[in-house]
Design a protein around this ligand. Structure first.
Ligand code: ADP
Ligand code: MG
Length: 418
């Protein structure tokens, strides 16, 4: 089989690694891929957002199966376009991807179908949003409706911060069209849990739960990032809570999407908060999280491509989806300055980190140039270790990180520490 993978981060690296293991696979192409992915795939310089480029590449390379991993191409309808050309895909169609690409859509869906989430109001006019915020008890949460590269949400501790967030979204258009509509939400409290789930619209199978570490610095301080590390499973997510989530959140979400004529097929990401009143949905994503995928997929024992093809063909109930016991600890190595501005193009010395059994060095922002591995992004590497328990996984991940060097390398030292 010829496989096409869209995207070029750590998430696409881990997906490619496990896809490459399937004996049916003869060739993998990655658009655009990265330095690590090039070990398993031919990387072609076509952007993940160039839908025309992707479709014509697929048409001329006899692609049997495509995996659309990032949010932007899914929201732009890459799956609809590829399927229309006869290319089978893993990932939701545009109408179902709206569960992530419009937070207003997701909120209205949850309200209509009684799925627990934070209270909210929608605004399209700056003045009305400001006066509502002025009358609200802080903290309140201000959210841009559309995709904003993880920067569209502000948890405002006081009116000043709320006002700044509203003005930045609606008046200054910091997120373009994505911020023309905003949500003001009630602020929930409690531990956050991510659950990724495979679903074909009929069956939903949750993967091992995980915990992201969003803040830039140790002790959950500093600005939000795309994610500085992950552990899986999430220690707060008990079997009782998992049962409750299945009956009150996961199954109802799949049914709701079917009722709306937007059957969701692919990986559905549930961002949950375990509040004193029970689990509530913070947000949905329409794809694997990054870096959650780098911690969760190494725990999967079943064949990833077989599961993905079963999702596409709506026969997920017929294939095994098994995860091993034990734990993952994933530490992100970032460029100095990230999530603010940073420089790239520095040589990376991986040492012997990749040779430690149980450790994977996934490439997030790297490129190969003239045989040299160079930094090319804010998040550069996602180093994951799998072991029988979290303390061991944590020790192994940090041992591996200690063997890696590049100019300005920075990482959190408290991933998975309690
Ligand atoms: N209603 C809420 N109450 C408390 N915290 C929230 C709420 N909504 C979002 N957050 C916080 O903001 C983060 C980002 O919000 P989210 O909706 O996941 O947006 P995105 O991931 O698209 O930036 C969440 O992980 C959570 O920590
Ligand atoms: Mg989120």
């Amino acid at each position: 089989m010829n496989i096409l993978i869209i995207g070029g981060g750590g998430r696409e690296h881990v997906i490619t690694k496990y896809i490459a293991r399937n004996p049916k696979v003869s060739k993998i192409y990655a658009l655009p891929g990265n330095g690590g992915i090039s070990q398993f795939a031919e990387c072609v310089k076509i952007s993940a957002e160039d839908i025309d480029g992707i479709v014509s590449f697929a048409a001329t390379h006899a692609i049997d199966f495509a995996i659309v991993a990032p949010d932007d191409p899914l929201a732009m309808g890459a799956v609809d376009r590829l399927e229309a050309e006869g290319v089978k895909c893993f990932g939701p169609e545009k109408s179902a991807a709206q569960i992530e690409s419009s937070k207003v859509f997701a909120k209205e869906l949850m309200t209509k179908y009684g799925i627990p989430t934070a209270g909210y109001k929608v605004f399209t006019e700056t003045d009305k949003a400001l006066s509502y915020a002025a009358l609200s008890d802080c903290p309140i949460v201000i959210k841009a409706d559309g995709l904003a590269k993880g920067k569209g949400v502000t948890v405002a501790e006081n009116f000043q911060q709320a006002r700044d967030a509203i003005m930045s979204c609606m008046r200054d258009k910091s997120f373009g069209k994505s911020g023309e509509r905003i949500l003001i939400e009630e602020c929930l409290t409690g531990p956050e849990v991510t659950v990724l789930a495979f679903t074909d619209g009929k069956t939903i199978i949750p993967m091992v739960s995980s915990m992201d570490h969003k803040r830039a610095y140790d002790g959950n301080k500093g600005p939000n990032t795309g994610g500085m590390g992950v552990i899986a499973p999430n220690p707060h997510y008990t079997p009782e809570i998992a049962n409750e989530c299945m009956t009150r959140i996961f199954a109802p979400t799949i049914a709701a999407m079917n009722s709306e004529g937007r059957t969701f097929k692919g990986c559905l990401y549930f961002g949950l908060m375990l509040t004193p009143e029970g689990p509530k949905v913070i947000e949905y994503n329409c794809r694997f999280g990054d870096p959650e995928a780098e911690a969760v997929l190494p725990l999967m024992e079943s064949d990833l491509l077989d599961v993905m093809m079963a999702v596409r063909d709506e026969r997920l109930a017929e294939v095994p989806v098994k995860f091993r016991e034990g734990a993952s600890c994933c530490v992100v190595c970032a460029s100095s300055g990230y999530p603010g501005s940073y420089l790239t193009g520095y040589p990376i010395d991986l040492g012997d980190a990749g040779n430690i059994p149980g450790v994977d060095v996934f490439h997030a922002g790297t490129k190969l140039e003239g045989g040299r591995l160079l930094t090319s992004g804010g998040r550069v590497l996602a180093v994951n270790a799998v072991a029988d328990d979290l303390p061991t996984a944590r020790e192994m991940a940090y041992d591996a990180v200690g063997r890696i060097t590049f100019e300005g390398m920075r990482y959190r030292s408290d991933i998975g520490a309690f």
